[in-house]
Write a protein of this length. Structure first.
Length: 287
């Protein structure tokens, strides 16, 4: 088993509470590492776990976990936990897993889950959409589809995401969140392969040759999975295809690094908008 066998990794740092009297990670904690990585695996598949399993009519239960200890991890080590779906049976899903420090394999594992009714706890066939999604992910297929369109087409899904993120989570007043600009904007919404809407943003004409990107929101369960970048890239591509020369946005300061990685640079001083610190950021567009 080596790193090249895995498409997905979750990075963890060994904490003081996880080492034992021998000054190495206590053996039972590797199961916790694998479970933490499994949560990241579902994010990488763009699946809000609880919502997705409910829509599929079941849940996944651990049937067997086998660990092969090769070498110990120690306090403050950076570990990469690799997970790969290797087999999907009638009702079971088998994962291979590896705990790596650099290129060194410390622990190998096999995890077997059973798809089952969460109430009766009887096994059920793995749903075809879940089977196709997992096999597609392991084959390198994309897990999201970003659609662009007007408010009449995408407004229902965009509104649900923005309500959850801005109104409910960030406590932005509804009269500040909704404006007439939605009717003139180009909207983008990212959907996973189960058809669930997960992220959104909009593009507005600002001044001649300049567009403004805004209302970027990602559902909480799938943040840090790259979905927000897919939406941003779709809006930038749309602006570029229209011949615009520059895109600007008002970024919440905590998201500044996200936009920097997409080529945006800050301009001016930090200011407050809807009670939240923002910074204007700009990016030149290829023409």
């Amino acid at each position: 088993m080596n790193r090249t066998e895995f498409r997905f990794f979750e990075r963890l740092r060994v904490r003081w509470a996880e080492i034992d009297a021998q000054q190495i990670v206590f053996n039972g904690h590797y199961l916790m590492y694998l479970d933490t990585a499994m949560a990241g695996y579902w994010r990488a598949l763009a699946l809000p776990y609880a919502q997705s399993m409910a829509s599929l009519g079941g849940d996944l239960f651990v049937r067997k976990a086998t660990l092969d200890y090769r070498a110990p991890a120690r306090y403050d080590d950076l570990l990469d936990i690799g997970l790969r779906c290797v087999r999907i049976g009638s009702s079971s899903i088998t994962f291979a897993a590896g705990v790596f420090r650099g290129d060194a394999l410390l622990v190998g594992a096999e995890l077997v889950y059973v798809f089952a009714d969460p109430h009766a706890q009887g096994s059920r066939p793995v749903p075809a959409p879940l089977r196709d999604l997992m096999l597609g992910f392991e084959a390198g297929e994309p897990v999201v589809d970003v659609r662009t369109g007007d408010w009449a087409t995408l407004g229902g899904d965009a509104q649900a995401i923005r309500t959850a993120v801005f109104v409910q989570e960030q406590q932005i007043p509804t009269d500040l969140e909704w404006d007439a600009a939605d009717g003139q904007a180009l909207h983008a919404v990212a959907y996973n392969r189960l058809g669930q809407a997960l992220a959104t943003g909009r593009l507005l004409a600002y001044t001649p040759g300049v567009v403004k990107i805004g209302r970027m929101a990602v559902s909480r369960a799938v943040r840090s999975s790259g979905i927000g970048r897919h939406v941003l890239d779709a809006l930038i591509a749309a602006a570029t295809s229209r011949g615009e020369r520059e895109a600007l946005l008002h970024a919440q300061t905590r998201a500044e690094s996200f936009y920097r990685r997409a080529g945006f640079q800050p301009r001016g001083e930090v200011f407050e908008e809807a009670g939240i610190a923002h910074i204007e950021m700009v990016r030149a567009l290829d023409r």
